[in-house]
Each structure stands twice: as structure tokens, then as C-alpha cells.
Design a protein around this ligand. Structure first.
Ligand code: ATP
Length: 209
């Protein structure tokens, strides 16, 4: 599972999802847009539009799935609830991974039921060239004894470990920068798939602050 706001989806998300699947030999990567992200402001664009753009971005990419389950729930989009519903579908023996970028990882100890996340899944942190800050103390405490050095170590158990991963194509692309460019009328070509770009432009999304 790779959760996020996807406001909008960009090549940093999609390329990371493809490389994550290969690096960890995963059957699928579910990209899960949050309806109401608990720890950040209201997304700029409605959930249904973010999901539609995500579907366009994924297209027919093997192994990537646009998963609407958080849009079908009421209340805040807690990842623990999303992992619990995936765990229920996949069974207790399946290897389940929650992936997130380093920026999101820095706040993991503030998330809803952070211990439960590790009961339900492995946590895999994707390195981002534009986000390098050190870990806060509460996070270091949460991680104690969980970190492993390589993907092999995730094979042995269905959940509970932490792996930090440097994927081959690290991309300094952020949705913040994509929104900023769209608002300023600058080009976003090659930052997101062309199908996503052309729908954003034709629907007039992200034009106003
Ligand atoms: P924003 O700039 O609005 O904060 P974002 O680009 O970080 O958005 P999100 O939808 O918040 O995108 O990200 C979803 C997940 O994907 C998060 O875990 C985030 O860290 C990760 N992610 C986003 N961009 C990249 C990238 N370029 N490389 C690797 N991971 C990324």
C-alpha cells in the first residue's frame, strides 16, 4: 500500500510504485488516495477528481492498482484502518507492506495507532532527494528493534519490520511544486503522465490558489 493525497499524482509516486514492486517482489502496489488526510490541510481537488487522475496516471501499468477504499469510508483516513481492511482480504500469512516517503515517515509517531501499523504491515521508507531531515526522538523510540537492512529480511514475516529503501530513480518531484507551477501557468510536462496533465488542463484544475 502506498497511501497519499495524490493532489495530483506525479511521476515520483508512479515510478516509486513500479520500483518498489520490483525491489520487494510484490504482487501488487495499491495506491490509496486519502479522503480526509488527518495530519494536513484539505486537498486542493475533490477526492473523485484525485482518484480519476490517479487512474489515468496508472493506465494499464502491470501491478499498480488505484484503490478507492479510503474514499468509501466516512471520517478521517487512518492508514491503520486501511491496512486492517487489506489484511482482512489477504489473510494473516500474506506479506503486507506500507510504503511511504521520508517526509511522511518523519511524522509517523504522530499517526493514529502507530504501533498497530507495525502489527498489520512492514513499513518501508522511500528515500526522497528533496527530503533529508533527521528522525525525531519519538520516532526513534517507535522504531526500536524493528529496522532491517535488506528486503530479504521482510520475506520471513508478514509484518512488523522497518526497511529504508533507496530506489534507483529517486525523483525530486512533489505535488506542491506541480500545483505551484500550474497556478503560475508554468509547464508541468514530464513531471506527471501526459494523460494526467492534459486532463488537469482541460478540466481547469489547480488554476487558482
Ligand atoms: P505534497 O507536495 O502535496 O506534500 P507529495 O508530492 O509529497 O505531496 P503525497 O500524495 O503527499 O505527495 O505523497 C504520497 C506518498 O508518496 C507519501 O508517502 C510521499 O512521501 C510519497 N512521495 C511523494 N513524492 C515522492 C517522490 N518524488 N519520491 C518518493 N516518494 C514520494
Amino acid at each position: 500500500m502506498l497511501g497519499g493525497t495524490f493532489d495530483p499524482v506525479h511521476l515520483g509516486h508512479l515510478r516509486s510504485a513500479v520500483e518498489l514492486r520490483e525491489a520487494l517482489a510484490l504482487d501488487r502496489v495499491h495506491l490509496v488516495p486519502a479522503a480526509t488526510p488527518p495530519l494536513r490541510g484539505e486537498p486542493r481537488v475533490a477526492p473523485t477528481d484525485r482518484l480519476a487522475l490517479l487512474r489515468l496516471g496508472i493506465g494499464d501499468t502491470p501491478g499498480l492498482v488505484a484503490d478507492p477504499r479510503e474514499l468509501e469510508r466516512d471520517g478521517p483516513s487512518y492508514s491503520a484502518d486501511t491496512l486492517a481492511s487489506l489484511r482482512e482480504e489477504l489473510g494473516f500469512d500474506a506479506r503486507l507492506v506500507m510504503a511511504l516517503g521520508h517526509d511522511a515517515f518523519l511524522r509517523l509517531a504522530d499517526w493514529h495507532e502507530p504501533e498497530r501499523l507495525f502489527e498489520l504491515a512492514h513499513v518501508v521508507v522511500i528515500d526522497r532527494p528533496d527530503h533529508q531531515a533527521a528522525l525525531p526522538d519519538a520516532l526513534v523510540e517507535l522504531l526500536a528493534g524493528r529496522e532491517v537492512e535488506d528486503s530479504e529480511a521482510l520475506m520471513a514475516r508478514p509484518a512488523g519490520r522497518l526497511l529504508r529503501l533507496r530506489l534507483p530513480s529517486r525523483m525530486a518531484i512533489s505535488a506542491t511544486e506541480v500545483r505551484r507551477r500550474l497556478m503560475a501557468g508554468f509547464s508541468v510536462r514530464y513531471l506527471l503522465p501526459e494523460a494526467v496533465e492534459s486532463h488537469i488542463l482541460s478540466w481547469g484544475l489547480y488554476r487558482h490558489g
